[in-house]
Design a protein around this ligand. Structure first.
Ligand code: C2E
Ligand code: MG
Ligand code: MG
Length: 627
């Protein structure tokens, strides 16, 4: 049988080219890169040994049998290793995405060990192949195909199992690699003397290279240093494999302001210069540009972090040249050591960003902080999120009511609904902690609706007039106006409990009164369905009278800090302001009344309603009803 080398030799040449390119470009020290290098090396060896053994087979009469045995064994050994390595590569993609290993991975190497052992012992057993007038198939030669197909299946199963954690692109790429290898093995079985399997392996390698290893995927767009995905991959690998890894991150302070002042183009030039400085000066480490003027250096055996920090500070003490002039920036540092920190990688990266955000906005140059505090903060935030999700899913948010007292009658006339969340031990989490989190992470609409439903249920279940409560104030976050259908949803909730809209007043804080038309439209809609509006925390933000008049408020709640200041200094501004508001037909509520004197003081200057601990703290609904 004569062999056809016209597929094998070009494949080999292209492989050598890819190998050269791989070494020429920067590589991240992660397993994904190492297993790619292993595939390349093993594939090149397999092809070389296949070429040699095929040639020996063709010209067997001219060679001693031991030579055929030697290259036969080498070929089979590398051939099985290659099949296994393609599978290992799939696993390292999952690794790089931080996906934990499943039981599948523990048993999978067994097939490889078994086949490799068969290959190595072939000269003694002759099970896989024999040397008799060239190469002859042994009784278990079918394993040649079984091994490959098994690893193709294992890879595909692993990808399917973790389908959700992979991007569509990654999943398709992994599947394409398996499909190419499968076609290769089938063609090889049909026409063994074409030596065509190698071309299919090359195709698979090219897909790997383009989809997962193209250095451009990992390099910062401004060159020289790696990007954020690369940083996440490296840190998550270090954390998972408990490989010591030290991080020195720094923030260019007031980066956004610099960008505004100097313009994007000049700032970009400066960033390129910084990238190049980092890449040239710290060769034993991996430098990263994360985002927003944040950098990180990562290394296993970093030199003393203090020395490193000093040298960076020193460089930043002088300017960065750009084509338009010179730019000077200050930096602040965060240090981390994954070994000491012992926390999941994503939390570590989040904590790092939290610290860098804070330092970047501060102006004390060369300051530094350790990551431990931020990790605690992030951990606390995660715990709050867990409790919030649980409470939202199980309808377990609590609503407390705080009475609002009428100054004329001295009796309660209304109440404010204040949401409460409990942690695992039943302790109350402060609303300012979880409200901002709910706003940031998209839970606020559900939170607001749950509060409104509970308030409506309370109104439905109780005789409000007998309690002397005419309405209940419900707080609204401006982010709730982001969904267009809030008027419909609110009226639907009220209808469900048979509550009329004049029983509910909606509070919006002054700080959130940004002039955006979506919010105004929806406030107008809600107002026309009968809801009344109160302006909360007046005096805590940039108070603006014209803006107040553009919205249909009927009541203004004076912020407790303003009330406190008035009580202390008796500044005539507040009485004058209240008079002005009253002329404009607003009613006035004073918040944060803690003593009888305070109540008297604000009553004198014309407040209509009072709210505060002096009358009652916010209490659970049943307690409020029993008051
Ligand atoms: P807010 O709407 O200004 O509510 C008044 C806050 O002052 C409440 O804090 C109340 O417990 C507190 N307070 C009342 N009287 C006194 C007093 O005499 N002295 C002092 N020191 N404090 C007093 P709380 O319940 O911690 O709520 C904080 C903020 O969280 C609220 O401020 C409101 O903006 C927000 N919030 C509460 N519930 C909700 C809700 O259901 N939805 C939304 N979007 N925000 C809510
Ligand atoms: Mg309020
Ligand atoms: Mg308030």
């Amino acid at each position: 049988m004569t062999m056809n080398y016209s597929f094998l030799i070009p494949s080999l040449l292209i492989l050598v080219l890819i190998m050269g390119y791989y070494f020429f470009r920067p590589r991240l020290p992660i397993r994904l890169n190492r297993s790619f290098l292993a595939i390349l090396t093993i594939d090149i060896c397999t092809e070389i040994f296949e070429a040699i053994s095929s040639r020996l087979h063709e010209t067997c009469s001219e060679h001693a049998p031991w030579l055929l045995w030697l290259f036969g064994v080498l070929f089979f050994f590398f051939y099985f290793s290659r099949a296994y390595m393609f599978f290992v590569f799939t696993i390292s993609i999952l690794d790089a995405r931080g996906i934990s290993r499943s039981r599948l991975h523990v048993f999978t190497p067994v097939v490889y060990y078994f086949c490799a052992l068969l290959a190595l012992t072939s000269p003694f057993t002759g099970w896989l192949f024999r040397v008799e007038n060239g190469y002859q198939k042994g009784p278990v030669y079918f394993l040649f195909y079984v091994c490959c197909i098994a690893y193709i299946l294992f890879s595909q199963l692993a990808a399917i199992r973790h389908r959700k954690e992979l991007t569509t692109h990654e999943f398709i790429s992994i599947s394409a690699i398996q499909a190419i290898l499968l076609v290769g093995i089938v063609v090889r079985a049909l026409v063994p003397n074409w030596l065509v399997m190698n071309t299919f392996c090359l195709m698979a390698i090219i897909v790997i290279f383009l989809s997962f290893l193209n250095p451009d995927l990992y390099m910062s767009e401004r060159g020289y240093v790696y990007n954020l995905p690369a940083f996440q991959a490296l840190v998550s690998e270090c954390v998972r494999r408990r490989r010591p890894c030290r991080i020195l991150a720094f923030a260019l302070q007031n980066y956004n302001e610099h960008r505004e002042i100097f313009g994007g183009a000049q700032m970009d030039e400066a960033l390129v210069a910084i990238n190049r400085y980092l890449a040239d000066s710290f060769r034993q480490m991996s430098p990263f540009y994360l985002r927003n003027g944040f950098y990180a250096l990562v290394g296993q055996n970093l030199p003393d972090l203090d020395v490193l920090r000093d040298s960076i500070s020193l460089r930043f003490a002088s300017q960065w040249k750009t084509s338009n002039g010179e730019l000077r920036m200050t930096v602040a540092f965060v240090e981390a050591d994954t070994e000491i920190l012992d926390c999941p990688a994503d939390r570590l990266v989040n904590a790092l960003f939290l610290s860098l955000d804070e330092l970047g906005r501060a102006s004390d140059a060369d300051s530094s902080r350790s990551l431990t505090d931020s990790i605690e903060q992030i951990t606390e935030r995660l715990e709050i999120r867990r409790c919030l999700e649980h409470a939202l899913d199980h309808d377990e948010l609590e609503v407390f009511l705080q009475p609002i007292v009428d100054t004329v009658s001295g009796k309660r006339i209304a109440a404010e609904a204040l949401v409460r969340l409990r942690d695992g031990q039943g302790k109350i989490i402060r609303p300012d902690l979880f409200i901002t989190l709910a706003e940031r992470e998209g839970y606020i609409a559900r939170l607001g609706e749950q509060v409104l439903s509970k308030v409506c249920r309370f109104i439905h279940d109780h005789d409000m007039d007998a309690m002397g409560v005419r309405w209940i104030n419900v707080n609204l976050s401006p982010l709730q106006f982001m969904s267009r259908d809030i008027p419909d949803r609110f009226t639907a909730i009220l209808r469900q409990y048979g509550v009329s809209t004049d029983r509910i007043h909606l509070e919006i804080t002054e700080q959130s009164m940004i002039d955006f038309s979506l919010m105004r439209d929806q406030i107008m809609d809600l107002h026309s369905s009968g809801f009344e509006f109160a302006l909360d925390d007046y005096g805590s933000g940039y108070s603006n009278l014209t803006r107040v008049r553009r919205y249909p408020f009927t009541n203004i709640k004076i912020d407790m800090e303003v009330v406190r200041n008035y009580y202390r200094d008796r500044d005539p501004l507040l009485p004058a302001l209240i008079q002005a508001f009253k002329k404009m037909k607003f009613t006035i509520t004073a918040e944060g009344i803690e003593t009888a004197d305070m109540a008297e003081a604000v009553k004198e200057i014309g407040c209509d309603y009072l709210q505060g601990y002096y009358f009652s703290r916010p209490v659970p609904m049943p307690e409020f009803a029993a008051m």
